[in-house]
Design a protein around this ligand. Structure first.
Ligand SMILES: NC(=O)c1ccc[n+]([C@@H]2O[C@H](COP(=O)([O-])OP(=O)(O)OC[C@H]3O[C@@H](n4cnc5c(N)ncnc54)[C@H](OP(=O)(O)O)[C@@H]3O)[C@@H](O)[C@H]2O)c1
Length: 320
């Protein structure tokens, strides 16, 4: 069984190596999974470089994925052999096969494209949880609008009757985001506050910031008095930059959000019910390219290209 193993970050060697490992055998309560799709998400890119607080437990990266149940260990009845399932988070999905407790799997419809469902576990769940505290009909702002979390925020907002304004770096994704159901899409450039006011939506109470850097201040400047900037990431890799007058004169509150912490606090049952709801919806990742495991240098290089739209996805199973 082939897998990608990560080397300690900061070393002079390659980040990953393709290794041959013993075939995993499902024990009692476990199932054997053939991995159909495993994306290269920001969490993977950060953890490969030691920039994420959690390292892949098994030494095999791949924080999320979709697989096919191929064998049951003793005592397992469900999910049935042949089911397509969402894998548990941080399972080490950059491999051909793995074993995991049956109870950690969330079934997907057999008709779904597993590759396009490969980010439900982290990016879609992040978006769903971020939106959970908004009032019906409420308008919110977010950036990067065309990122994976941003696209899910747009689609889920439409589904929940919320009004979304996506901020994007270039005009290129605007038409697509309109198609996904964005109420408005604005390019991050001077004058964005005036354009937001002109939309007549009223100033939002909440902005979700996955960009960091100067975008944080731009989002903050668009909020109403006492508004809240919820920082969930930093695609720019820059610290949050917020002018002091937003904190002092506008009383803008800033807080972070981390899905891992939310899952610890909310508990397994709540997380599972959120995931089951997402799995039942018609949600799709934008896929930039599919690669086999042995093509990992090209896959990683593409995933790190500035301006890339969509996810690079490993499709390790021979059937995919
Ligand atoms: N807190 C959590 O639990 C959690 C969960 C999931 C993700 N995250 C984090 O949230 C952030 C967004 O995640 P995602 O999955 O949506 O990311 P993504 O799909 O990789 O986002 C891509 C977008 O980020 C912007 N971007 C990419 N490179 C950039 C750069 N060098 N400088 C400025 N902007 C850049 C671009 O949008 P524009 O052109 O519009 O700027 C691009 O469309 C990441 O930092 C990720 O680690 C956190």
């Amino acid at each position: 069984m082939r897998a990608l193993r990560c080397n300690p970050p900061g070393g002079s060697g390659p980040l990953l190596e393709l290794v041959e490992l013993p075939e995993p055998q499902p024990r009692e309560g476990e199932v054997l999974i053939e991995v159909l799709a495993a994306p290269i998400s920001p969490i993977d890119r950060l953890s490969l470089r030691g920039l994420y607080p959690l390292r892949p437990a098994s030494g095999i990266p791949g924080a999320q994925g979709v697989g096919l149940v191929v064998e049951h260990g003793q005592g397992v009845r469900e999910p049935e052999v042949g089911s397509v399932v969402l894998l548990p988070v941080r399972v080490g999905a950059w491999c051909e096969r793995l074993v995991t407790p049956a109870e950690t799997l969330v079934p997907l419809s057999a008709h779904r494209d597993p590759v396009r469902a490969c980010t439900l576990r982290i990016e879609a769940l992040t978006a769903a949880v971020l939106l959970a505290d908004l009032e019906p009909g409420e308008c919110f702002l977010h950036s990067p609008g065309a990122g994976s979390v941003g696209r899910y925020l747009t689609v889920l907002a439409r589904d929940r009757g919320l009004r979304s304004v996506a901020l994007v770096g270039t005009r290129e994704p605007i038409a697509e985001l309109w198609g996904l159901g964005a109420d408005n899409v604005l390019v991050r450039e001077p004058g964005v506050q005036a354009r937001l006011s002109a939309l007549g939506l009223g100033l939002p109470r909440v902005a979700f910031d996955g960009s960091g850097g100067e975008t944080s201040g731009l989002l903050g400047s668009c909020l109403r008095l006492g508004g809240e900037l919820i920082v969930y990431g930093a695609a720019s890799r820059k610290p949050v930059q917020l002018p002091v007058d937003q904190l002092v004169f506008k009383d803008i509150r800033v807080r972070g959000f981390w899905l891992h912490r939310w899952a610890e606090t909310a508990g397994y049952a709540r997380m599972r019910s959120e995931l089951e709801a997402l799995a039942a919806m018609d949600l799709h990742e934008q896929v930039a390219a599919r690669f086999s495991l042995d093509q990992w240098p090209a896959a990683l290089a593409m995933a790190e290209q500035p301006g890339l739209r969509g996810r690079v996805v490993f499709t390790p199973a021979k059937t995919s």
